[in-house]
Design a protein around this ligand. Structure first.
Ligand code: PBG
Ligand code: ZN
Length: 325
């Protein structure tokens, strides 16, 4: 027997290209965007390369630039100027959605994140009880459904609830259907974990929880990292309630969950490579400790291998450049 057997198919670039089992393409990427009400100039997000808190004007320029890089799918986070704990106003984000839709029409697919943590004074993803030690489920769900409806009416193709309350997918689906918006999709953050990899995002979205509160973290509504079974229950529930796309988030620490859930539930799966994960790569690269192209492609390949058909990535706008490198 020849000493060399499995190495023949790794021998040169051509055979490596031919034998690949998963492939990345710029088509499968979704770029997150932040639109901050009342901001005068756009600001860089700490730890991330080429990611900004945009004004309504710079947002349009950013989308233009992203389209030129082959990116046409977006996940928008609206950050309101005024913080409130009830009676939320979604006017600013709805205006931006309408402006983006008028400007780009069907050249882009626009998903809009639905949550309350950028609105609230306390940074939690819902409405608190009077003791301020518990997020009220049903009151939060009705506020979320109201937000989702306004975003869809303003022109969002898809709404993406990231709050992790029970029953919000069903409530949103029914609000959209009653308003005649049955073609608008729901992308649910189904398997969203209580993670330490959300840091830069919370600065960008002004959504860090627990300022002056007994409830310091999101453990009472986001999934415990030690409970993949809970993620499966959430995903089955959200699929049954009418979610069109399911998300696993974060990505790299939860590849096992993505592989398990995507094998079990035959829905389109997205993975969210979170801000903390992205900063991990970008900061390593900044210190000369990794090659950013290779690290990025390796992580995206892992998502594809584990069953994600789409990738939400802060580096989506670099994908075409990286894939061609
Ligand atoms: C909040 C929300 C978070 C992200 C999206 N929506 C973080 C959190 O739960 O605090 C994570 C995004 C990221 O880190 O990139 N509803
Ligand atoms: Zn939230």
């Amino acid at each position: 027997m020849a000493a060399m057997s499995l190495r023949r198919n790794r021998d040169n670039r051509h055979i490596r290209e031919l034998t690949r089992e998963v492939r990345l393409h710029v088509e499968q990427f979704i770029q997150p965007l932040f639109a901050v009400e009342g901001l005068r100039e756009r600001e860089a997000v700490p730890g991330l390369v080429d990611v900004y808190r945009d004004t309504s004007e710079t947002l349009l320029q950013q989308i233009e630039a992203d389209l030129a890089q082959g990116i046409s799918k977006f996940l928008l986070f609206g950050v309101p100027a005024r913080k409130q704990d009830r009676d939320f106003s979604h006017a600013a984000t709805s205006d931006i959605i309408a402006t983006v839709r008028r400007r780009f029409g069907s050249d882009i697919w626009l998903a809009v994140d639905v949550c309350l943590c950028s609105h609230t004074t306390h940074g939690h993803c819902g409405i608190l009880n009077d003791n301020r030690d518990h997020v009220l489920n049903d009151a939060s769900v009705s506020a979320l459904a109201d937000a989702a409806l306004q975003f869809a009416q303003a022109g969002a193709d898809c709404v993406a609830p990231s709050d992790m309350q029970d029953g919000r997918v069903a409530a949103i689906r029914s609000a959209l259907d009653q308003a005649g918006l049955e073609r608008r999709a729901i992308m649910s953050y189904a398997a969203k974990f209580d993670s330490a990899f959300y840091g830069p995002f919370r600065l960008a979205a002004e959504s860090a929880p627990g300022r002056d509160l007994p409830l310091r973290d999101r453990a009472s509504y986001q999934i415990d990292p030690a409970r993949p079974g809970d993620a499966l229950l959430c995903a089955e529930r959200d699929a049954a309630e009418g979610a069109d796309i399911l998300i696993v988030k974060p990505g790299l620490p939860y590849l096992d969950v993505l592989a398990l859930l995507s094998a079990r539930i035959h829905k389109p799966w997205a993975v969210y490579q979170t801000s903390g994960e992205q900063a991990g790569i970008d900061l390593l690269a900044e210190h000369g400790l990794t090659n950013p192209v290779r690290a990025q492609l390796e992580s995206w390949t892992a998502f594809s291998r584990a069953g994600a058909s789409m990738i939400i990535s802060y580096a989506a706008r670099r994908a075409r450049r990286y894939l061609a490198a």
